[in-house]
Design a protein around this ligand. Structure first.
Ligand SMILES: *Cc1c(COP(=O)(O)O)cnc(C)c1O
Length: 365
């Protein structure tokens, strides 16, 4: 049997190992000069043109970003239901209510029309997710936010380096969060990076990260300890040097898959969009689960479903929104299948993925 092709594979090299060793030998392990350098290098690398603040996870970055932006109990934030639960958890943890809007069929991202329909007098912001590494319709979303005087919080957890109309994701909203979890396009072990448009929001973010202190023992707000360590920052700084080549490999792998797959709907890319393929997600109109199981059993190819249960059906968020109100979300949850696209795939791996999908999709048709 061929070797298993995993759906994701973090790449850690000698450079990351040496960087960690350098920090360990320095004896300074917690947040320090490596974190500061990583924040500056991250902002410059992705041309964000704004300050970045590093934290211990993407989720805490999102949570602290919302708190720093003034989101509080009683507010409403419009989110897609078709996303990872962290998007909605971070809203709920502020005491605000996540209000679910449907996605568009073409890009799996939140629909501007559905956002507009969900706005109430309690709405303070919109949290689009650049799902799978494809930018959400930020031109329309920013125009809506402007029209209704709302903030925009970007969930860019999966979209390092993606852009729309030449503007990088992370440079549109009040703040944006990038995850650095091991399966994401680059990693620091665990971690998150938040880009922030406004200096006062940035200051609050740094306070919340560090127990509410800018000056030691002069606490200004009730804060957390969500600092990134220098060990993690050192890993992230090395990954930053490699991420562009990995993105190119993801895009090349996606191009090969899209040119050769049959019997499934390949992921479209919007005009003016740069897709960084955190996931390469096809739609399987009939028996997606059967195809995924057979792909593993007969071809030893792993795959993923992101996300089979939409957030409005999850226990903490259930009860408020009907399935019938989110038809594209329900359809995507039943049809989506993410195939391996990560940079360490070989040509033989890509050919096996194509052979597997084409054989099984034809047999099922
Ligand atoms: C991974 C992810 C998060 C959370 O990031 P963590 O670093 O795992 O906390 C949030 N939103 C989306 C869409 C994600 O994929």
């Amino acid at each position: 049997m061929n070797e298993f092709i995993p759906p994701a594979k973090p790449l850690i090299g000698d450079e990351e190992r040496a960087a960690v060793d350098r920090v360990l030998r320095s004896g300074m392990l917690a947040q320090g000069p490596e974190v500061k350098a990583f924040e500056e290098e991250f902002s410059a690398h992705f041309n964000l043109g704004r300050a970045c603040v590093a934290v211990n996870s993407g989720t805490s970055g999102q949570h602290l970003g919302l708190l720093s932006s003034g989101v509080k109990a009683g507010d409403e934030v419009i989110v897609p239901s078709f996303t990872f639960a962290a998007t909605c958890n971070s809203v709920a943890l502020t005491g605000a209510k996540p209000v679910f809007a449907d996605i568009d069929a073409d890009d799996f991202c939140i629909s501007p029309a559905a956002i507009e329909a969900a706005i109430t007098d309690k709405t303070v912001g919109i949290m689009p997710v650049h799902l799978y590494g494809h930018p959400a319709k930020m031109d329309q979303i920013m125009a809506l936010a402007d029209k209704h005087d709302l903030q925009v919080y970007e969930d860019a957890a999966q979209a390092h380096g993606a852009s729309l109309g030449g503007t990088p994701v992370g440079a549109f909203g009040t703040f944006a969060m990038f995850s650095l979890y091991p399966t994401k396009n680059m990693t620091s072990g665990e971690g998150g990076m938040v880009s922030i448009a406004d200096a006062e929001i940035e200051r609050l973010m740094r306070l919340y990260r560090n127990q509410g202190m800018e000056k030691q023992y002069h606490n200004e707000v009730v804060g957390f300890n969500t600092r990134m360590t220098d060990i993690h920052a050192a890993i992230g700084r090395e990954q930053l040097k490699k991420v562009d080549a990995w993105t190119k490999a993801r895009q090349d792998n996606a191009a090969f898959l899209s040119a050769n797959l049959e019997g499934v709907t390949t992921p479209p890319v919007a005009e003016g969009a740069v897709h960084v393929y955190h996931q390469y997600t096809v739609r399987v109109p009939e028996d997606r689960d059967g195809l995924a199981a057979a792909l593993k059993e007969q071809f030893n190819v792993g795959s993923g479903m992101f996300y089979p249960v939409p957030n409005h059906q999850l226990k903490p968020f259930a009860g408020g929104t009907n399935d019938a109100d989110l038809p594209e979300t329900m359809k995507a949850a039943a049809e989506c299948l993410s195939l391996p696209v990560h940079p360490s795939l070989s040509q033989a791996d890509l050919e096996r993925i194509v052979e597997g999908v084409n054989t099984l999709a034809k047999a099922g048709a």
